[in-house]
Design a protein around this ligand. Sequence first.
Ligand code: SAM
Length: 212
Amino acid sequence: MDRRRRGVSEWLRTRRGRLQTCSPSGWRDWNQYRSKLVAWLHASKREWPLEPDASVLYLGAAEGTTVSHVCDLCPRGRVAAIEVSPTAMAELLIVAKRYQNLLPVLTDAHFPARYQPQAEGCDFLYQDIAQRDQLAIFLRNWDFYQPRQGLLILKAPGIDTRTPGAVLDKAELELCKTFATVERSDISRWAKGHAAFWIEEPLGENGATGEN
Ligand SMILES: C[S@@+](CC[C@H](N)C(=O)[O-])C[C@H]1O[C@@H](n2cnc3c(N)ncnc32)[C@H](O)[C@@H]1O
């Protein structure tokens, strides 16, 4: 881990080579084998991108492992956490008792309007859903909420088990048709068959970014 990240904020630090976030009950490790978001941070070598007051739409929250770290890092913002499985949601609700900034919603991410009250005005879209149409879900939510930035975790075998490399290449091409910035990071070392795509700014008509 980059030494410059040490003491990067009040809520994120590196200790003995491990990233930690500051939860309401103290510092805790953020494990790249359990959270693809921190795997991406390691792979991309980027700084943590969100402000403490950021508003995040998180699709595929599961039991809240990664969601809880995002809540630690955005203590003055909010995290709308969408999850379709009632079993996972039962665990997520327990996590939500510890975080006032966590808004869990039991619903299907195919239907962005269903969680508009919780996600309206979000500036960051994070998705970690292993469905066949995971790319379409991301694009639909981006279109609906128009965040400033996003991170899409793609599980290639979730789309096609035979040719994971080609699946990721094709997804990247698709994303490049829509967004000015598409930065792919290989996180397969920590999460087999996965890649992360950092996304910014949709292309305007004729492929323009809209910037002067
Ligand atoms: C790989 S797990 C997410 C792990 C989680 N992001 C973490 O790091 O702690 C994928 C989750 O997406 C959920 N999921 C799958 N399809 C979904 C959908 N259409 N809408 C919302 N959640 C969905 C699954 O139930 C599962 O809990």
